[in-house]
Design a protein around this ligand. Structure first.
Ligand code: NAD
Length: 316
């Protein structure tokens, strides 16, 4: 049974993942490879996210300090992982860094420790190239969505190298922090959710590039069309409700007229070249003034919290 957890990295994902486990009562060590001062600021970065959960009646106020108290900070990797049952890395999406990280973890962790990667696009088989044969059955991809403490999904690899009891232990761990787990059976980049998302994004960017609709109308079409239904009803269910014969006919008629490019959209690439990266630079598909950006981000988080509450995902 997994009780003691370590999280590597204090970027976008590391902080949120550590907080998610601690919110549900787990003892969590965080490791950061850089300066102690930056590591020590981590709890101050987490606090506003926890306060928003309280403000929205998603969890009781006393959970804030209790959550933060369960988190321990380390710059020494050995101390961070030497007594842990489960370690998840959130270091940059770079194969050499992931390989070196897992080699170190293999050497420093107890024999029973499960080692997980939150990679978005790398293959497990490549990432475990430098670990011992004994450790390989204890290595998995456990993929989160951003923001980790609000997105209720965890994709768990089950590629054939993982014994059933190890998978079960990890699944129980994720269910205990109220994540819906998706079992992924093949070691292919992007797992399941990112592949689906990229398929939607490719067509959405292409529609804008072709001038078929403006960004706000594409977003409306998604939010009040397919995505409105997808929040409660998956694609296979939607197809079954609509009738597979209809899906077959519409697929034959439509798919040949749609974007099937093998790389990122040209318009998207152009915006990146111009430094229009979205909220963080003040412009992407929309414009954001520096005064309104924090409030826009807060409203985005609030909408996710409301959705979680509507789905009965409270922290009790
Ligand atoms: N950002 C997302 O939306 C998202 C979603 C799901 C999965 N992921 C995956 O999670 C992982 C982390 O992504 P992120 O967005 O948190 O990245 P990030 O850049 O925000 O954070 C990376 C962390 O790794 C540390 N780091 C940098 N170089 C290092 C090194 N050589 N050794 C050890 N640590 C090092 C950084 O200091 C930082 O704390 C990636 O594999 C990414 O693909 C990201």
């Amino acid at each position: 049974m997994i009780k003691k957890i370590a999280v590597l990295g204090i970027g976008t994902m590391g902080n949120g993942i550590a907080m998610s486990f601690a919110m549900y009562g787990y003892d969590v060590n965080i490791h950061y490879h850089g300066a102690e001062a930056k590591l020590n600021a981590v709890k101050n970065i987490m606090r506003p996210s926890l306060e928003l959960l309280v403000e929205e009646n998603f969890m009781p106020a006393e959970n804030i300090q209790a959550t933060l108290d369960r988190i321990h900070l380390f710059t020494d990797l050995k101390k961070a992982v030497e007594d842990r049952d489960y370690v998840i890395e959130n270091v940059p999406e770079n194969l050499e860094i992931k390989q070196a990280t897992f080699k170190q973890l293999d050497e420093l962790c107890p024999a029973h420790t499960v080692l997980a990667s939150n990679t978005s696009s790398l293959k497990l088989n490549d990432m475990m190239a430098l670990v011992s044969e004994k450790r390989k059955p204890l290595m998995m991809i456990n993929h989160w969505y951003n923001p980790p403490h609000l997105m209720p999904i965890a994709e768990l690899s089950y590629f054939g190298n993982t014994p059933e009891n190890v998978y079960k232990d990890v699944e129980v761990l994720y269910n205990s922090i109220k994540k819906q787990t998706v079992k992924v059976l093949k070691d292919l980049p992007g797992l399941v959710a990112n592949r689906i998302q990229q398929g939607v994004a490719r067509e959405a960017f292409s529609i804008i590039e072709q001038g078929i609709a403006a960004p706000e109308d594409v977003d409306k079409a998604l939010k009040f069309g397919p995505a409105f239904r997808y929040a409660t009803t998956g694609q296979m269910e939607v197809a079954d409700f609509g009738g597979l014969d209809i899906w077959c006919t519409v697929g034959d008629n439509l798919l040949k007229a749609m974007d099937n490019s093998q790389c990122a959209n040209k318009l998207l690439r152009q915006k990146v070249k111009e430094g229009k990266l979205g909220v963080k630079t003040g412009e992407g598909f929309y414009k954001y003034s520096s005064e309104e950006a924090p409030e826009i981000q807060k409203q985005f988080l609030k909408r996710l919290i409301h959705q979680l509450k509507a789905s009965d995902y409270y922290v009790k």
